[in-house]
Design a protein around this ligand. Structure first.
Ligand code: FNR
Length: 385
């Protein structure tokens, strides 16, 4: 077996994992994972706006090993980054939820479980071993919401992410063209794609068809298509600030609104008593004219003024992007596709490898910036882009 060190030499960057993942996954599954929406302008903007942020190094700082550990909401994490929630991630690689929950437990970084995970709340809570965050797509039915929250708490999830940025699912034209827009029915062309990706197909057959087992008990039916329609209808209503108040009353741990893109929404969230603001454009998957999250981060961090913790995701692809986010006002950073690429490229070892790659990369970037700890990154901004 290749050693961890050799793996780092072979796949030193997230882009290497993305290339390998694309080769291993059927086209439709890749399109589901990689696509944004519309013409993917917002997704490309996430990249170009990160690239425009520059940080100035300081030298003559003596010898030191950068300290990555970070406190958030009363928990100690070994690094200032974690795994963002990605639904239906067994399409990337079967068992990805379990792979990443185990990775989080070993590395002591957060693992966010999606409402649309392909594994149960109960199993993932156990595997994440105190590192689990639970993501809620707010159900219309309050009983379902209360029950999901109770199960998450019971299973050991510490932190609640309430996703606010999907008033309706966006059109995601690349997914439509690939046959995965609005439900999964295998067409002959998709079957052919599976046949040309035998490792993925064999792993998928042995794992069984992806399901949403945490939600099945709420469904009136066992039929997959009807069930998916039920989930779509139940979890995609527009909701309002009074709904946020209800969740605030029901969840007594740290609560974060995920998908905030304006200072005004961030300030209202603080008034409603949330503990964290997750600045995110959903990885460019919802609104093709949205700004990049790194672009709006400084204004939101300024408006919140330390009254809530700031988390950022969307477009983060390495240690440099994590450093840029922390320098511009984030307290913590999450990555969605980067970890999925890892799992799709390397299976069970992929989560572990991605976490190690990001730690090594961030540590190297901090050494080159002359930053002993995460807090000192704030003094290094040369241009915010
Ligand atoms: C997501 N994201 C997401 N967010 C959420 O709150 N619940 C979910 O179930 C999902 N599902 C999902 C599926 C896929 C395939 C992707 C790519 C993304 C959004 C995710 O949490 C995160 O905001 C983005 O992935 C961040 O952008 P990057 O890191 O992928 O560029």
């Amino acid at each position: 077996m290749v050693s961890d060190e050799e793996l780092l030499q072979r796949y030193p960057a997230i882009s290497d994992l993305a290339r390998l993942a694309k080769r291993r996954m059927p086209h439709f599954a890749w399109e589901f994972l990689d696509s944004g929406t519309g013409e993917d302008v917002s997704k490309a903007r996430n990249r170009s706006r990160f690239d425009a942020v520059t940080l100035t190094p300081r030298f003559m700082q003596g010898e030191f090993a950068p300290e990555l550990s970070t406190e958030l909401f009363g928990s100690e994490y070994s690094a200032p980054f974690g795994i963002a929630p990605v639904g239906m991630n067994s399409l990337a690689w079967p068992g990805t939820d379990r792979i990443l929950a185990r990775t989080a437990a070993r590395h002591r970084i957060p693992y966010s479980m999606s409402t649309a995970a392909n594994e149960t709340i109960e199993n993932l809570g156990k595997l994440a071993d105190g590192m689990g965050w639970f993501q809620l797509y707010p159900p219309r039915n309050p009983n379902m919401r209360v029950d999901l929250l109770a199960r998450a708490r019971e299973a050991g999830f510490t932190t609640l992410l309430v996703t606010v940025d999907v008033p309706v699912i966006s059109r995601r034209e690349r997914q439509m063209r690939a046959g995965v827009g609005g439900g999964f029915r295998l067409s002959p062309s998709m079957v052919w794609q599976c046949m040309t990706r035998p490792q993925w197909s064999m792993a998928t057959v042995s794992e069984g068809k992806p399901r949403l087992p945490s939600l099945e008990r709420y469904s009136p039916t066992d039929d997959l298509q009807t069930f998916l329609a039920f989930v779509g209808e139940e979890l995609n209503g527009t909701f309002d600030w009074s709904y946020v108040d209800s969740i605030r009353n029901e969840w007594d741990g740290p609560m974060v609104l995920k998908g905030i893109m304006s200072a005004a929404d961030a300030q209202e969230a603080v008034r409603r008593g949330v503990d964290g603001i997750m600045v995110s454009n959903h990885g460019g998957r919802q609104l093709d004219g949205a700004p990049a999250s790194i672009e709006v981060l400084p204004e939101i961090a300024g408006a919140v003024g330390g009254q809530a913790r700031i988390i950022l995701d969307s477009g983060v692809r390495g240690g440099m992007d994590i450093a840029r986010s922390l320098a511009l006002g984030a307290d913590f950073v999450m990555l969605g596709r980067a970890f999925m690429f890892g799992a799709a490229a390397l299976g069970e070892r992929g989560g572990e490898h991605t976490a190690r790659l990001l730690r090594t990369d961030l540590s190297n970037v901090m050494s080159n910036l002359g930053c002993r700890d995460v807090a000192s990154l704030r003094d290094r901004v040369a241009s915010a882009g």
